[in-house]
Structures are given as C-alpha cells and as structure tokens.
Design a protein around this ligand. Structure first.
Ligand code: NDP
Ligand code: 8X3
Length: 254
C-alpha cells in the first residue's frame, strides 16, 4: 500500500486530494494546523470510503515551524516512514493590494508558508525518497506563478518560486527515479479567497461571480493523474484553468 503525505489537508484542494487518494487505496498522512478539521476528515473518510482508520495518520502542525516539522517527520512511526508521494499543498494568499501599499505581515506569512515551508518539508522528506530510489513530489503552484496580476505581486512571486523550486528539484533528481510535478490551477473555489480577504465572505464570493470556477476535486484529479502515470512518465507541469479564464488576469464573466 503506497503512502501519500498531504500538507494543508484540512480544506479545499488538500482535502480533495485526501478523498481522492483514499478512494484509490493509498495510506494517508494528513497535515494542517487545525487538528479538529483533520479529525473530522478522518472520520468522514473512514465512513465514506474503504480506507481503514489505521491507514490514516494525522500530523497537525504549522508547516512554518521548521523544527516542529523536522521532529514530526523524523519521528514518524516506522511503518509510516516510507513516503511515496509528497503533496506540498499548504499555502495561501493574503490581501490584494498594490505592491507599494501591501502589508508586511501578509507578505511574511505568504513567503514563509508558500516558499520557506514548502522547502523545509521537501528537505525533510526527499532524502528518504532518494535513499529508497522511489518517490514523487507534487507541488501545488498556480497560474499566478506564470505572470503577475494587478495587486497580487507577492502571492504571484511565491508561486513563481514554487515553479522554479519544482524545476530545480527535478534537475537535482534527474539521475534518480524520483519525479517532480508542479500543478498550476487557475480559479478554484475553496476557502482560498475567504482567507485572502481575512474572512470577508461577501468579497470572497465575488471572486467566483459570473464564471464557473474549478473545484478542489478537479485539481485532485489532476494530481492523481500525475501520481498514477506510468513510472517512465514524468508529468512536469499541469496548467488547469476554469473555462472562460485565459490567464491569472484574463477572465470573462457572464
Ligand atoms: P484553502 O484555504 O481551502 O486550503 C489551504 C490549506 O492550507 C488548509 O488546509 C490550511 O489548513 C493549510 N495551511 C495554510 N497555512 C498552513 C500552515 N502554516 N501550516 C499548515 N497548513 C497550512 O485553499 P486552497 O485549497 O485553495 O489552497 C491550497 C493550495 O492551492 C495553496 O497552496 C494555494 O496557493 C493553491 N492554489 C489555490 C488556488 C485557488 O484558486 N483556490 C489556485 C491555485 C493554487 P489550516 O488552516 O488548518 O492550517
Ligand atoms: C490562486 C489562483 O488566480 O486567484 O493561485 O491567484 S489566483
């Protein structure tokens, strides 16, 4: 039975990935800060799919806490140490302001979560994959990493970093069987915009007005496509947009 480690599994794309991989017969290591959400997801997965309780390990911690992450990963029970797939999904946008008017705290949180924490988790998990000559790292980037859009420069920069870090890791692992994939979604309706607008649900809802957005499930299908591709096939990137979306900033609304 293969093991998948998903960061940010308490909501949205990460939660949808947990559901998809549970259905496909994987064992799950699920991370996020909100332990109660992970507990609820575990209970739902056990009752709704064929996965057994003992095949889900909850690992709640803040991915920005490097020492905590190191300890959690290094002290995984022996039966859980051989991680086959790492899905670096935990991430967020905060604010939508001009670069010269943005908030330092928002910038630091985005940079610490989307770049520094993704790097730390990668650093702690990938050496084991190298030693076992087996593994797959799937990073959740974004269309936002392809080009800046108005008022989103710092978030876009963090996702551009995810692209470059994915490419760099793929280069550094080129002499191994380990695969690296960067999934770049467009507009996905999750808790993303509620978080971005610091809890303003009305403003978040407006982001998805007049267009049918992607769902977390759509992205989980892309992630699983990359994960289940034959071993000789490395899906380097998937860019997946909502219909009526052409880029991070070109969106047609009815
Ligand atoms: P959600 O807000 O629904 O989910 C974000 C997840 O990340 C939650 O489970 C949250 O859990 C977790 N998370 C955030 N910060 C931390 C942290 N410090 N430590 C551990 N977990 C953390 O948003 P999405 O599902 O949409 O976002 C998932 C990823 O997809 C992000 O990287 C995002 O940038 C990316 N993305 C999203 C798009 C969209 O339109 N929605 C499009 C393109 C990419 P908790 O709060 O419990 O810690
Ligand atoms: C999330 C997609 O375009 O809202 O990464 O930034 S977007």
């Amino acid at each position: 039975m293969k093991t998948v480690f998903i960061t940010g599994a308490s909501s949205g794309i990460g939660e949808a990935c947990a559901r998809k991989f549970a259905t496909e017969g994987y064992r799950l290591i699920l991370n996020a800060r909100r332990a109660e959400k992970l507990e609820a997801l575990k209970a739902a997965l056990v009752s709704e799919s064929a996965i057994r309780e003992e095949d889900i390990l909850l690992l709640p911690f803040d991915v920005r806490e490097r020492e905590v992450a190191k300890q959690a990963i290094e002290t995984l029970p022996a039966a859980w140490q051989d991680i086959d797939i790492l899905i670096n999904n935990a991430g967020l946008a905060l604010g939508l302001e001009k670069e010269h008017e943005g908030h330092f705290e928002d910038w630091d949180t985005m940079i610490d979560t989307n770049i520094r924490a993704l790097l730390s988790i990668t650093r702690f998990v990938v050496p084991g994959m190298v030693a076992r000559k087996k593994g797959h790292i799937i990073n959740i980037g974004s269309v936002a990493g392809d080009a800046a859009y108005a008022n989103g420069a710092v978030y876009c920069a963090t996702k551009a970093a995810v692209k470059v870090l994915s490419d760099g890791l793929r280069i550094d692992l080129v002499d191994t069987p380990i695969r690296v994939t960067n999934i770049k979604p467009g507009l996905v309706e999750t808790n993303f915009s509620v978080v971005r607008f610091h809890g303003d649900q009305q403003r978040a809802d407006n982001v998805y007005k007049g267009i049918e957005p992607l769902t977390g499930k759509d992205i989980a299908e892309c992630v699983y496509f990359a994960a289940s591709a034959p071993e000789h096939m490395q899906v380097a990137e998937i860019l997946v947009l909502a219909n009526n979306q052409a880029s991070g900033s070109v969106i047609y609304r009815n």
